[in-house]
Design a protein around this ligand. Structure first.
Ligand SMILES: [Zn+2]
Length: 470
């Protein structure tokens, strides 16, 4: 039975084997649970197995919100081209990680997911409904009692004596960071004003209040407008509180709460550097302080605004924020110690495509030039679509920038501008998430459990096994 647990990945592909061979009633129960409900695949059998020693002391989990595989490929080329290369041959910091898996991102009730359900799966080990944070499907107000059924990654980590860091460029009350410390039936319960009366009467608290109550060591991001005056005063009285880059860099010791903006922090290209830190700077401060705990730490770092740029079909900002995530991973690789499992993933993808037959080294944001079939060299002119107009390599399946017949032809100057919104096929006010698998890259102790095609909630299992959590 121990082998069943030790060869964790093997179990996923041979679940039926132990179910049929082993006669233990207890174990059969665990097998049935795994087959009937693809949720929390290890905890259901945890009573039947010995706890294994930890492989890693620390875990750093990077989440590129909406950083699907097409975003990674385009960001790799963009980053390479910004360094003078053709781009395709370039490697991002996590491209060289030892282990890789595809992750199935669906929510329990949605084929194409949102960040609340996916973040719950990644951090807490339970797939959840779209829009729900750390509550199980159909369990109304489950997170509002004294002992919620789903334990957050923050609580699991703190109870092991380790430290916790939560870093994001989005509002700290936004779905992904909230899944580290909060329970909410609805991700929109960010401020006190957004929690319905009936939910308040049932004991539900806003995500902002749950952040104020959190015992995590370091919490940094945007979103001060979601906090009441009283909540901000409590943060200032009970923690080291800052709202600027210089103070953050000088932080040493204690518990840090940083809110750098009223809503989301700026996109990387728009960032005022004295006011707001980069994702890499926040990551560096977090690691240097968390590592003073000899028992280790868990740090979640979210590049939250890749998603927002994609929703506006603005590839430039999506790629520059993905580049900022890459810089944060570079810092983590440099300064985190050898006992650290580093993972990079996305919560979900976007309907973002790289298409046409652009020549090697064509500017990734630019108009498509193809190979001239007669000369074998890059064509002198841009390729044209059926409307007789040039087109870009990057585009979106849906979103706000539907071009119409009498629009002027695009120029390279137009499409490479930071404010350009790529073309879309289906008109919508906002571009949507996509439902295909995302990638999970892993390096360090415990990363060997990252391989094959995995359910998203198994990422939580990878963390638990690496740190020796039950
Ligand atoms: Zn989104």
């Amino acid at each position: 039975m121990l082998n069943y647990y030790k060869t964790y990945k093997g179990t996923k592909h041979s679940l039926f084997l132990p179910c049929f061979i082993l006669s233990s009633i207890l174990f059969m129960t665990a097998c049935v649970e795994i087959q009937s409900n693809n949720i929390n695949t290890t905890s259901s059998s945890s009573d039947t197995i010995e706890k294994l020693p930890a492989k890693a002391k620390n875990v750093i989990l990077f989440i590129g919100d909406g950083m699907g595989i097409s975003t990674i490929t385009a960001a790799r080329i963009f980053d390479g081209q910004s360094k003078g290369m053709k781009g395709e041959e370039h490697a991002l910091a996590f491209d060289t990680f030892d282990n890789l898996a595809l992750i199935k991102t669906y929510n329990t009730n949605a084929q194409v997911p949102d960040s609340a359900g996916t973040a719950t799966a990644i951090m807490s080990g339970y797939k959840a409904n779209i829009g729900a944070i750390n509550v199980r499907p159909g369990q109304k107000y489950e997170g509002c009692g004294d002992i919620p059924a789903i334990q957050t990654l923050t609580d699991r980590t703190l109870s092991a004596g380790k430290s916790v860091g939560i870093v994001t460029t989005a509002r700290i009350t936004h779905a992904t960071p909230a899944a580290m410390f909060a329970h909410a039936d609805n991700r929109d319960w960010e401020s006190d004003n957004e929690v319905p009366k009936e939910a308040k009467e049932a004991g539900c608290k806003s995500i902002a209040q749950q952040m104020v109550d959190s015992e995590a060591d370091i919490i940094m991001g945007g979103g001060s407008s979601k906090f009441s005056e009283r909540q901000l005063e409590t943060l200032k009285n009970n923690f080291v509180f800052t709202d600027n880059n210089a103070d953050m860099k000088n932080f040493k010791g204690g518990k840090l709460r940083a809110l750098f903006s009223k809503s989301h922090m700026s996109f990387e290209v728009d960032r005022a550097k004295t006011k707001q830190p980069s994702l890499a700077e926040m990551t560096e401060t977090a690691i240097k302080n968390l590592e003073t705990n000899q028992k280790g730490y868990v740090l979640m770092v979210e590049a939250g605004r890749i998603d927002h740029a994609h929703h506006g079909t603005n590839a430039y900002r999506a790629l520059t924020d993905a580049q900022a995530l890459n810089e944060a991973v570079i810092i983590a690789k440099e300064i985190a110690d050898e006992e650290t499992l580093i993972m990079v993933t996305a919560d979900h993808s976007h309907v973002f495509t790289m298409a046409g037959y652009p020549v090697r080294g064509n500017p990734i944001l630019g108009l498509v030039k193809t190979i001239d079939q007669i000369t074998g060299l890059p064509s002198e002119n841009y390729d044209k679509a059926l409307d007789g107009k040039p087109y870009t390599t990057l585009g979106y399946h849906n979103g706000p920038n539907l071009r119409i017949n009498n629009d002027k032809p695009l120029t390279n100057e137009i499409v490479q501008d930071k404010n350009y919104r790529q073309q879309t096929a289906i008109p919508m006010n906002y571009e949507t998430h996509a439902g295909e698998d995302v990638a999970l890259f892993g390096q360090g102790p415990g990363s060997e459990n990252i391989r094959g095609v995995m359910e998203q909630n198994e990422i939580s299992n990878v963390i638990n096994i690496a740190l020796g959590f039950d």
